[in-house]
Design a protein around this ligand. Structure first.
Ligand code: SAH
Length: 376
């Protein structure tokens, strides 16, 4: 049983427990299994962290639970909302580090971009998160805590029916497949009908390509998968994504193909491809990519590189992006371009960092928005 101990000695944290673990937990304390579903609903659907609010649970059981367990997530220390509606939260973790979580609203859809690690070990050349180094893996409570907290910050909503969060992507900080067990537990909670009911098509694990983990992914989940490819050949990918030296492209794509093949529906992988001016955005790169992806059920998402100080790379112009997209579309691939969102609050891809630096200027703006009533 994977029961997380908290710093409050010997108390277990129920926030990060998937249903099967909660069932074991209630069984181990001599309680009926249906308590697991009730408690899950209180925690995740009603956002409760105080056992006394759980009105369909007897006082005796509530005080028993208080003695042995807690419901504890990361603490929101900062939030901001972009002029385009993108929201960003900085959440503090026990031990002092912090992670960032972003919500991107688009019509009926709300996509929450969550982190799985503090920092990252991958050191991809184009990513500022990698430049921060690696601190540690997040626990399942800290991963689920990001959606739990994000929902709690919408005050006047019906958490079950209004659904400001319909999609979850593991595209914040970290490599989710290097934190396998905790990410699997968190996913199981997010997809659970007694918690957030995120559908398998709307929950996407984004990976730089940890092949052994992709090979066993199907035993644990049927979530969707995105691959951060970024280059059409090993030579270039070795430079951009150093993990490629260990798990080269052919090996990676064949592992992804096998994962898709054992799903019960016909799902496509998302191939993420950052476009860096002059580096991987030329006709020869498009041609190589077109050949490479021939046998893989996939759609392609192009991400214009977001520059950051010292990266040494440039963003292509809009017409260069469009040109690359057209080459792929002409070859028959569904190809979208990710528009940059939340740029003004540093919430765009590759801009998420784990430390809280001087945010005075943005804090002032946040307070201003708050006064105008545009932040709940
Ligand atoms: N480790 C996982 C998830 C984190 S990266 C992975 O590699 O998929 C999340 C996404 O942000 C990836 O597609 C990544 O390539 C992209 N990204 C990182 N830095 C970026 C930058 N400077 N500009 C645009 N996209 C970036």
């Amino acid at each position: 049983m994977n029961i997380e101990m908290t710093d409050q000695k010997a108390k277990v944290n129920l926030l990060g427990m998937p249903r099967h673990t909660l069932l074991n937990f209630f069984e181990s304390i001599g309680e009926k299994p249906f308590r697991a579903k009730q408690v899950m609903q209180w925690i995740h659907q009603y956002g409760v962290h105080d056992f006394d609010e759980m009105s369909n649970i007897s006082k005796v059981l509530r005080s028993k639970l208080k003695k042995i367990s807690v419901i504890s997530g990361p603490e929101i220390i900062y939030q901001d909302v972009s002029s385009d509606g993108t929201r960003k939260w900085v959440m503090k973790l026990p031990g002092g580090s912090s992670v960032e979580t972003v919500l991107i609203p688009e019509g009926n859809r709300g996509t929450l971009c969550i982190s799985s690690q503090v920092g990252c070990t991958l050191d991809c050349r184009f990513c500022s998160t990698g430049k921060q180094g690696f601190n540690r893996n997040l626990s399942s409570a800290e991963i689920v805590g990001q959606i739990w907290n994000a929902l709690a910050s919408f005050e006047d909503i019906d958490r079950v029916n209004d659904r400001p969060i319909t999609n979850v992507v593991f595209m914040g900080m970290g490599e989710p497949l290097f934190n396998f067990d905790n990410v699997m537990d968190a996913i199981s909670i997010m997809m659970d009908d007694f918690a957030y009911s995120i559908s398998k098509k709307r929950l996407t694990i984004s990976t730089a390509g940890v092949v052994p983990a992709i090979d066993r992914l199907g035993e644990f989940t049927d979530a969707s998968i995105a691959v951060s490819l970024h280059a059409p050949n090993d030579e270039l990918r070795n430079e951009l994504v150093p993990l490629n030296k260990k798990y080269p492209i052919k090996m990676l794509l064949s592992s992804v193909k096998q994962y898709l093949a054992q799903l019960s529906d016909k799902r496509k992988a998302t191939i993420e491809y950052i476009l860096i001016a002059g580096k991987n955005d030329r006709k020869n790169h498009a041609d190589e990519l077109i050949e490479l992806l021939r046998d893989l059920p996939c759609k392609i998402n192009l991400i214009p590189f977001n520059p950051f100080p010292g990266s040494g790379y440039k963003k292509p112009s809009n017409s260069e992006v469009k040109r690359f997209q057209d080459w792929l579309i002409y070859a028959g691939y569904i190809t979208t371009v990710r528009t940059t969102r939340g740029d003004d609050i540093d919430a765009a891809c590759g801009q998420l960092v784990g430390q809280v630096e001087d945010r005075t200027r943005r804090n002032e703006r946040y307070i201003k928005l708050h006064e105008q009533g545009s932040v709940s």
